[in-house]
Design a protein. Structure first.
Ligand SMILES: [Zn+2]
Length: 759
């Protein structure tokens, strides 16, 4: 497999590269193996023997023992540590103990479910026992469905299918629900935000149906490393007692984890060489030597761009087919082919979106290159886990973008290596989400007076739904009274708010959807005449059809960008929590956000000159959500000249937003920041951070709880930024100084503001 230059030599060459800002080595780890548990059936032991396994890893043994005792567990294990045994072994054992025992496996995607089915079926075949395991998803043929319902001992599905096909038809699944002993939830960390809040309610419905049929299943969850796996597991399953299993006993080869910050090309603005270029150069070095390499990039389009450049760069050494792309949108058999060729080594390089981050089996590669920070530390480790075989050395290279999030994390490599600060949050009592699932639950089984929804009081909502003529009350029971089937109209993967679809009509014969955007962002980014940047390509919005929520765009090549003014106003409706600092007050509660786009400017790319403007005619938007308000009470700020104060608050909110997003594990579109020189509720300078979903999904609550850390990190981040007086990577603006004292930069003023809160 190895070409003329071994991997070690290329790694050594990289050591001299001055753009590498951090080099971390993870030492090789011997396997920690224990004898088979006493309670394990001989048939399982034999099947393991057949595979040359004479003992199991410590974390697998702990899981086995705990589950057989009836404990709910969350196993936190890295990629390729044999986590599937954490659930497959106890589930099979339970079946051998009681042949009617059933298990339900929930995977976040269909592809993962398919993968798991093959794995468990191979194991069952080796045991020569009669355990039926099936996947149940949109692709399952109608004639097989009935077999799965009646005879499936292990049913493998995804949350969407559980929500829309299994639970509403529970009467067809009586043998499953009567005998359900174990529920497996894989990739727990993916259930956060809106999606997680929905799935937690699906689990509430599932448990309700289990109770009805008299079963009380145990939960086995697995997760990547996050700060709060036990808490998330408890929130999602509604179970109070969860055992954490993190004694990973799998062996590891030596691994290098390297952070690469591209050189600065524009000193004044602190802008760096594009990460895609650097990624291509680095990946090509390994690929030229035929060393198996995976490149991760965030968007589908960037995957395609990197792929074509890489193929070009190594065309002398490798044919085109040796490097493949992998992303959502490829057909399943095409994906299977790529996975197979990666496993057998025929494919040397693959460029992928996070589609390959989850457990799909592609074997272990030697090199992983990431184009930018993937959005969470948990994801970074999942991606990094793709490189590294049991005995061989491997290397992971993360290349930063110029954006504040990447730059912030590159200043804090300890986040990657000393335990993740990311906390995954859900808010299962978000009113909109809760009401949706109460409808589904009422369809499934009538609610009785006094019944709670896994602990949450719901009578008021049921009364409301009765008034709305959705439910009908009779002899202390609420029944579903509509003909329509509620789960059909409820998607687990989006919030209630609508998105605007972006349609490219550059090619007359073929209009294509290139993306979508929430209505709030669309106000400023997709108005008529806006220049919309999509993966580096400029498009002009020709027509925004607000009623139909469609934006028609066309590819252009212009020398300006557009910048729209959004008048956002926050009203604090109710304060739930408050904390006082020396020079400010922090409050958390209900807020109403109103936003209206007013005008836009055309700004020349090179010089930032204003070369034109226009009016925007779009309706005002309202959002009722949760947020925090940081209100300054200090004399220093109250006396500050208005323009300076405004810029200071803008700079501060820019930093706070980015740092907060890392802490609460969300995208920066999920948590917005708005500065106000004179907020309505206090008439004082205030920075707001709010959840960008109706009803909130727990992000700003988490920000409230971690606010001290967020402030400390923000201060540290600005101090360490290499710019002199502010730049787009830190406070968002460059070269602005105080009108009173030219020597006092905005960077310094923002720092002072943070210090005044902290001290
Ligand atoms: Zn800076």
């Amino acid at each position: 497999m190895f070409g003329k230059k071994p991997l070690q030599q290329l790694i050594e060459e990289l050591r001299n590269d001055k753009h590498i800002t951090f080099w971390h080595e993870i030492e090789e780890q011997e396997a920690s193996i224990v004898p088979f548990p006493n309670l394990m059936d001989d048939r399982i032991k034999q099947a393991l023997h057949k595979r040359g396994i004479e003992g199991i890893y410590t974390h697998q043994a702990s899981s086995f023992d705990a589950v057989l005792k009836g404990e709910n567990i969350v196993a936190v294990t890295p990629t390729a540590s044999g986590k599937t045994f954490c659930y497959n072994l106890p589930v099979i054992q339970r079946h051998l103990n009681r042949s009617n025992s059933r298990a339900l496996y929930i995977f976040p995607t269909k592809a993962l479910a398919q993968d798991q089915k093959s794995e468990i079926n191979e194991f069952i075949d080796d045991m020569e026992v009669n355990i039926n395991s099936y996947t149940y998803d949109g692709d399952t043929p109608a004639n097989i469905r009935q077999v799965v319902r009646k005879a499936g001992h292990i049913v493998i599905t995804n949350p969407d299918m559980l929500h829309s096909a299994i639970l509403p038809h529970h009467t067809k699944w009586i043998s499953l629900f009567e005998n359900l002993e174990t529920i497996v939830i894989d990739e727990l960390h993916t259930y956060r935000g809106v999606f997680g809040s929905h799935v937690a309610n699906v689990i509430r419905r599932l448990k309700r149906i289990c109770r009805y049929y008299g079963s009380n299943p145990t939960f086995i969850c697995t997760s990547a490393t996050i700060a709060n796996p036990k808490e998330l597991c408890s929130e999602l399953t509604g179970e109070r007692y969860i055992k954490l299993i993190d004694n990973n006993g799998a062996p590891k080869g030596k691994k290098h984890f390297v952070l690469y910050n591209p050189p600065i090309v524009n000193k004044q603005l602190n802008i760096r060489k594009p990460s895609t270029k650097v990624v291509n150069e680095i990946a090509a070095r390994f690929l030229k030597e035929k060393i198996q390499t995976i490149v991760f990039s965030r968007s589908r389009v960037s995957v395609e761009i990197i792929l074509s450049h890489l193929q070009e760069l190594v065309k002398g050494e490798l044919n085109k087919k040796s490097i493949r792309g992998y992303r959502g949108g490829y057909l399943p058999n095409q994906r299977r082919e790529i996975e197979r060729n990666l496993r057998n080594g025929e494919t040397v390089g693959v460029v992928s979106t996070n589609a390959l981050e989850l457990g799909v089996d592609i074997g272990q590669l030697q090199v992983c290159v990431m184009n930018g920070y993937p959005g969470s530390i948990a994801s970074s480790w999942q991606q990094a886990g793709r490189a590294g075989r049991r005995k061989d050395e491997s290397i992971v290279i993360m290349v930063a973008n110029s954006n504040p999030l990447d730059q912030y994390l590159f200043q804090h490599p300890e986040f990657f290596f000393e335990g993740s600060p990311e906390t995954a949050r859900i808010n299962k009592d978000n009113l909109i989400i809760l009401v949706d699932h109460l409808k589904c639950a009422a369809y499934e089984l009538p609610f009785e007076r006094g019944e709670t929804f896994d602990g949450t009081e719901i009578e008021e909502i049921l009364e409301y739904l009765t008034e709305e003529r959705v439910l009908h009350e009779q002899r202390n029971k609420w029944y579903w009274m509509n003909d329509a089937f509620p789960a059909h109209n409820i998607s687990l993967r989006s919030a209630a708010q609508e998105n605007v679809i972006i349609i490219d009509q550059s090619q007359v014969e073929k209009h294509r959807v290139i993306g979508e955007m929430d209505t709030f962002s669309a106000l400023t980014l997709l108005h008529d005449e806006a220049i919309y940047l999509h993966e580096g390509t400029q498009f002009q919005v020709e027509y925004l059809d607000w009623d139909e929520k469609k934006a028609y765009v066309r590819e252009v090549d212009v020398e300006y960008f557009t910048d729209a003014n959004l008048a956002v106003q926050l009203k604090v409706l109710e304060i739930d929590k408050e904390q006082t600092y020396r020079e400010c007050v922090l409050q958390y509660g209900d807020m109403m956000v109103t936003a209206m786009a007013t005008i836009f400017k055309k700004i020349k790319l090179e010089t930032f000159e204003n070369i034109g403007s226009g009016q925007i005619h779009l309706p005002e938007q309202e959002l009722h959500t949760n947020g925090i308000a940081l209100t300054f009470t200090s004399e220093m700020f109250l006396k500050m000249e208005e323009k300076t104060l405004e810029q200071m608050l803008m700079g501060l909110s820019h930093v706070l937003q980015h740092v907060a997003c890392v802490r609460v594990m969300c995208d920066k579109n999920d948590l917005h920041a708005v500065p106000e020189v004179k907020a309505i509720h206090s008439e004082k300078p205030t920075v707001f951070l709010y959840d960008r979903y109706p009803g909130g999904i727990g992000l700003s609550d988490s920000v409230f709880k971690q606010f001290n850390d967020i402030l400390n990190d923000s201060e540290d981040f600005i101090r360490r930024c290499p710019c002199e007086d502010g730049c787009p990577s830190c406070i968002g603006i460059a070269g602005v100084t105080s009108p009173i004292n030219e020597k006092e930069s905005m960077k310094k003023i923002v720092l002072n503001a943070i210090t005044s809160v902290l001290s």
